[in-house]
Design a protein around this ligand. Structure first.
Ligand code: F6R
Length: 580
């Protein structure tokens, strides 16, 4: 997590209108604190969101500055722990995205050499390390960087400047880093989105590379200091409407965009994405086993994919990426399909690297083009949901599930994809008012249980996840059959239990009766008229997952409104999880 932006320019630029404006575009990567440093050694930082920071920052101009928006890993959310960090004299200033795993050892060594640490961050070792190399060991900066790559374990995208020098240093291992090449400036950032309104030319860093940029030129090196030639990529990035329009929150805007975003994706299967889908289908056919990898909401979508493809006789499974190491072994005949909105989730990337190392084939389903996971893949389907600003995934989840349905359709699963967008619209218009009332009933509850089975089990997890992350309500998404093996002990008079019951599923109906008998307040979501408290359009069980998901997303949204919580930026979260 964390977003970083550094600019070195031939001409002076405004900190507020240039540097912090770009940084603002990376706020989805973390919003615990924000800070910047300029070439003359000025460092400003604060806790909280970027907008209030911009408001109170007195604008200055410079031709070299670096900035950071933080998602805390080491050390609490304080101004002291906010980046950038500097050596005692404030002549070496650095900021960092990633985790330095052996920072305690390095810190001890530096402390023994007389360095004083003032923060609880792992990042603070960076300026002191370079101070030691440059000022005590009298190394050149190049040698110091190479030493850094040798000694430091862990993940990092680092920007570093030396006071009053017109040079920007950028180092990368595992954490994302890209250079944007504009007419009069070079912009280093966590992703291309930071500078997509300034240039469409970029160079992506690979692991264990560093770059040195002056006002005139940049040079890339491998970790041993050998100069390397890099390809400049031209990217196209459609300028998205990022405003909330007339909506109070991005979340509700994004939920309501779904008739269009789903339709855009569905139509692309026969047009602009036909080749990509064909390629993925071919890879699935040629592989002995398919492993979906994802985290959070994307994992839920992948579970639906694994169930659907298994029903079509394909040897397929889905794993939470951060735990896959304990369960999955890959070989040359494995196809790993990563599913990720951001395309940057470190837990997924690490697992893909493990799979690739033994010859597995990598494919992906992502929302963000040019993301690390997409660039890592042999073929990559884009879900074309457009930018999702709310931290919680809604429209991207729906489109991920739609890709799963299309893949299953290619293997014989019967579904009419052309009616989905219309049914999404109907789901929202038919139920929004009812959901607002339900939100009134549920918003003061401490615990909510959500039950599903088979294809609706991933949805139970998904709805519970949204209730947790948006509303801070403890919610459990459960396999209905598992309830009686323990969790049912928690059901008391009035405990809310949401049951996902597609097509009168008998097991789901029994589980619902079992909790009702123990006093639960049950809420049935069904796709059959008069068979539930909330009715979504008629559909088969897999398609039901989409509509039930939308109900869950709307419910968590309207509870959030009643609780007056930070809906688009929930506490402790970030949209892109680029650390393990
Ligand atoms: C929940 C949510 C997260 C993400 C997860 C994976 O609403 O958004 O659970 O789904 O962090 O992120 P991506 O899809 O970017 O890999």
């Amino acid at each position: 997590m964390c977003g970083i932006v550094g600019i070195i320019s031939k001409h002076n630029f405004s900190i507020k209108n240039s540097l912090l404006k770009s940084l603002k575009k990376l706020e989805y990567r973390g919003y615990d604190s924000v800070g910047f440093a300029t070439k003359d050694g000025t460092i400003k930082k604060d806790i909280g969101f970027i907008d209030p920071f911009i408001e109170k920052t007195k604008d200055t101009e410079t031709n070299l500055a670096i900035s950071h928006t933080r998602w805390s890993t080491h050390g609490g959310i304080t101004i002291t722990n906010a980046h950038p960090h500097a050596n005692k004299e404030k002549t070496i200033i650095a900021l960092h995205n990633g985790i330095i795993e052996n920072y305690l050892e390095i810190k001890q060594d530096l402390e023994s050499a007389g360095y004083l640490f003032t923060t609880q961050t792992d990042t603070e070792i960076i300026p002191h390390f370079f101070d030691y190399e440059l000022n005590k060991k009298k190394q050149t900066m190049q040698k110091a960087i190479q030493e850094f790559f040798k000694q430091v374990h862990g993940t990092f995208a680092i920007l570093l400047i030396l006071k009053n020098q017109n040079i920007l240093y950028a180092l990368k291992r595992d954490s994302p880093l890209v250079l944007g090449i504009a007419q009069d400036k070079f912009i280093f950032a966590s992703d291309i989105y930071a500078f997509s309104d300034v240039t469409n030319k970029a160079i992506f860093f690979e692991d264990n590379e560093y770059a040195i940029a002056t006002q005139e030129k940049f040079t890339f090196y491998d970790k041993e200091g050998n100069e390397i030639k890099k390809n400049v990529q031209e990217f196209s990035w459609s300028k998205e409407e990022e405003s909330k329009q007339h909506y109070p929150h991005h979340m509700i805007k994004e939920i309501k965009e779904q008739p269009e975003t789903s339709n855009r994706l569905i139509q692309s299967f026969a047009t602009i994405q036909k080749n990509r889908i064909d390629k993925l289908v071919q890879l699935i056919r040629e592989s002995k086993s398919i492993v979906f990898l994802g985290c959070g909401t994307s994992y839920h979508a992948s579970l639906i994919g694994a169930i659907l493809l298994s029903h079509q006789g394909i040897n397929c499974r889905s794993n939470i990426a951060s735990e896959a190491e304990s369960f999955v072994s890959y070989d040359k005949e494995t196809l790993c399909i990563a599913i990720s909105q951001s395309g940057e989730t470190m837990d997924v990337i690490s697992e893909l690297k493990r799979a690739k190392a033994v010859g597995a084939t990598i494919a992906s389903i992502v929302n963000v083009p040019y993301s690390t996971i997409q660039r890592f893949s042999e073929t990559s389907i884009e879900i074309l949901a457009g930018q999702e600003v709310c931290v919680a995934a809604t429209k991207t989840f729906t489109n991920q599930v739609i890709v799963m349905l299309e893949l299953a359709r290619r293997f014989g699963y019967k579904i009419n994809m052309q009616t989905i967008s219309e049914k999404i619209k109907q789901t929202i218009t038919d139920n929004e008012e009812k959901i607002k009332q339900l939100a009134e009933e549920l918003c003061r509850k401490k615990d909510i249980f959500v039950l599903g089975k088979g294809m609706s089990y991933p949805m139970a997890r998904e709805i519970a996840l949204k209730l947790k992350e948006i509303d801070y309500i403890h919610a459990e998404g459960m396999m209905a059959g598992e309830l009686k093996h323990g969790t049912i002990a928690l059901i008391e008079e009035g405990t809310p239990v949401i049951s996902l019951v597609p097509n009168d599923n008998k097991d789901m109906l029994s589980a619902t009766q079992e909790v009702k008998a123990r006093g639960a307040k049950t809420i049935i979501i069904s796709n059959l008229k008069d068979k539930g408290d909330i009715i979504v359009p008629q559909s088969d069980t897999a398609e039901f997952a989409i509509y039930a998901g939308i109900i869950g997303h709307l419910l968590s949204y309207y509870i959030g409104v009643l609780l007056n919580v930070s809906i688009d930026k929930p506490r402790n979260l970030a949209k892109s999880c680029t650390v393990k």
